[in-house]
Design a protein around this ligand. Structure first.
Ligand SMILES: [Mn+2]
Length: 321
């Protein structure tokens, strides 16, 4: 890490009277893990601070929030009350859900951008952007090491949650030597791996798994394109009484498929809108280029797009209208 930037960061923190630490909206395990861990650091050095992320937050993460308070309502947020703002795990300001407020922010209030997305726009006064890191939690761990901050059990669990979720339980390409090494350190420091896996991974209800079964039974193969597709509609969620959270993981689960080069999940959850998610595990295909054809984007191995239209059932098949 750049020493000048690190010195500046230390100056900003020690000079701050009230800091805001925020992440992208609908925070995932890494967003929550990294802001909660940073909060522990601020608590230890006795610095006043608040946490913020536009909701909703998945109930799977309630186990992290027993003693922590994260504000979620942008209407009650007054950025001018803060003299330092950290934005974590957000590639751009739009992802925070409070883009307008941040764009109108006085330039006197410094913004520290800490992130691992390749597409990060370096919007901060200070930018700690490391696309080679598995997660923002990994970057926070490295910062703590530099700051000689003694990571307690609670902080270790926060950070490990970020690593576990962003690496899909140490199975996706973000899993590297350093992410495994840091995970091992965190376990040594008392991180509760079992609590994380019970809450975040082994948390599927029976109706959710039955619903996954339905989605899996709809898989169709296009041999020419070497692509497997499935669809999910708003009716599916309505008839099973499930919310969108139940869908999380089914796209990643399809990555276990052997033989197909590309998996495409089409979701028609809002009228007139179809969202597509591409996944691939092969090196030769860059799905962000496929998504671009439909006006979307993303990463080489995971990308998505949104198009206008509705999915109409025609006998055994579906068409976009
Ligand atoms: Mn992340």
């Amino acid at each position: 890490m750049n020493q000048i930037a690190l010195n500046k960061l230390q100056q900003l923190i020690s000079g701050s009277k009230r800091t805001l630490i925020l992440s992208h909206q609908k925070p995932d395990g890494d967003a929550l893990g990294s802001i909660l861990a940073l909060s522990q650091f601020f608590k230890t050095i006795k610095k006043e601070h608040d946490l913020f992320a536009v909701g909703p937050t998945s109930s799977s993460f309630n186990f992290l929030l027993k003693e922590e308070k994260i504000y979620t309502d942008p209407l009650n947020l007054a950025l001018e009350n803060y003299d330092l703002i950290f934005i974590l795990d957000s590639g751009d300001l739009k992802q925070t859900g409070i883009e307008k407020q941040l764009k109108n922010l006085s330039s006197a209030i410094p913004v520290v951008n800490i992130d691992h997305h390749q597409t990060n726009e370096n919007f901060g006064t200070l930018n700690f952007v490391f696309p080679e890191s598995s997660s923002t939690s990994e970057i926070i761990f490295n910062l703590f090491k530099i700051f000689n901050f003694a990571i307690n059990k609670k902080t270790a669990t926060f950070l490990l949650t970020g690593l576990v979720t962003d690496t899909s339980n140490f199975s996706n390409p973000a899993t590297t030597f350093s992410s495994l090494e840091i995970a091992s350190h965190l376990l040594n420091l008392g991180a509760k791996m079992n609590e994380i896996s019970v809450n975040v991974l082994k948390n599927k209800s029976l109706p959710t798994l039955k619903f996954w079964g339905e989605v899996l039974s709809r898989l169709t193969e296009n041999k020419k394109l070497n692509m497997v597709t499935t669809i999910i509609t708003a009716d599916d969620l309505r008839s099973t009484n499930l919310d969108e959270e139940a869908l999380e993981g089914v796209t990643n689960f399809l990555n276990n498929l052997k033989g197909a080069k590309v998996v495409l999940v089409l979701k028609a959850l809002e009228p007139g809108k179809i969202k597509g998610s591409f996944r691939t595990t092969t090196k030769e295909i860059d799905v962000s280029r496929l998504a671009k054809i439909f006006g979307g984007g993303g990463h080489q191995k995971a990308a998505g797009f949104t198009i206008e239209g509705n999915l109409i059932k025609m006998g055994n098949s579906w068409r976009v209208e």
